[in-house]
Design a protein around this ligand. Structure first.
Ligand SMILES: [Mg+2]
Length: 290
């Protein structure tokens, strides 16, 4: 599926290897010279891979539980994590428990958009806020959602998501429900819009903050971060990775992204990961662990 592997990119100090790159916004694609790209990544040090799941590694499904994991993907990620000395993390809006239903639970992961994480087997989370209980607000919202066909509430460990994928005409109403919930909960929380979903999250939780936290700890510290994502919720992750001289990749369409590179589809990203893992230096980048 080389067609899915086409990528558009803005001028950047680093570029991922083996990608078809183009200036962002230009319909003309050009082939990036893989050897120069590999050299620049090598010069940037070893890699740390951060990968969103839905819409990035996996195609979106009408409901989160309906996604399909290609059978070879879990083992491929396990092997890549080993080659990177463990510096591979899944970074998702799904709760950690939901991530572990899809992928090997020994992988590092950031769940609920950064509200919880697992790094080297150690769990961490943003502390829960005081004030009116989240459960109380969620119960009230659940009642409202029940009256509106097509909206459903997904509880999460430190918040909840209001989905309207089955009723896109309810976008404005869903947004208003989220704003009302946020008004009840106060400044310890924030509202985040994603693809046909509005989420209530702890104010401090973000994928960008989670990536930054991981990069302060081994085996991530000192490595060049690569982050692939597909949604508004990934933009602060792109910003952090750009700031640190890493590689940001937006999967799928959408204007106004801060990502420097683009891949058309999750299949394109999976192809690219295969290409990356096939490079000889990739398997010697683990700092002695091969
Ligand atoms: Mg996503």
């Amino acid at each position: 599926m080389r067609g899915d592997g086409s990528i558009r990119a803005a001028p950047a100090p680093l570029a991922p290897p083996g990608l078809d790159a183009a200036d962002q916004g230009s319909p003309t694609t050009r082939r990036s010279p893989p050897s120069a790209l590999m050299a620049s990544l090598k010069a940037g040090g070893d890699l740390a891979l951060f990968l969103d799941i839905d819409g990035t590694l996996l195609d979106l499904a009408p409901r989160p539980e309906l996604v399909v994991v290609p059978p070879e993907l879990p083992q491929r990620l396990r092997v890549m994590a080993q080659a990177l000395g463990g510096a591979l993390a899944l970074v998702s809006g799904r709760p950690l428990a939901g991530i572990d239903h899809l992928f090997p639970p020994e992988l590092d992961a950031v769940g609920t958009h950064g509200a919880e994480w697992r790094l080297g087997g150690q769990r961490g989370e943003i502390p829960s806020a005081g004030g009116i209980s989240l459960a109380e607000v969620a119960a009230r919202l659940r009642e409202e959602a029940r009256r509106l066909a097509g909206i459903w509430l997904e509880p999460k460990p430190r918040g909840f998501a209001i989905h309207y994928r089955q009723a896109p005409e309810l976008a404005a109403l869903t947004r208003r429900l989220g704003e009302e919930a946020l008004a009840s909960l106060g400044p310890d929380y924030r509202l985040q819009a994603g693809k046909e979903v509005v989420e209530i999250l702890p104010a401090q939780a973000s994928k960008g903050a989670a990536i930054r936290r991981f990069l302060a700890h081994p085996p991530y510290a000192g490595r060049t971060p690569v982050f692939a994502g597909d949604d508004l919720t990934d933009e602060d992750g792109f910003a952090v990775v750009n700031e640190l001289g890493g590689v940001s990749i937006r999967v799928g369409p959408g204007d106004g992204t801060r990502a420097r590179f683009r891949l058309a589809t999750p299949a394109g990203l999976r192809d690219w990961l295969v290409q990356l893992a096939g490079l000889s230096w990739f398997h010697s980048s683990s700092g002695g662990q091969t």
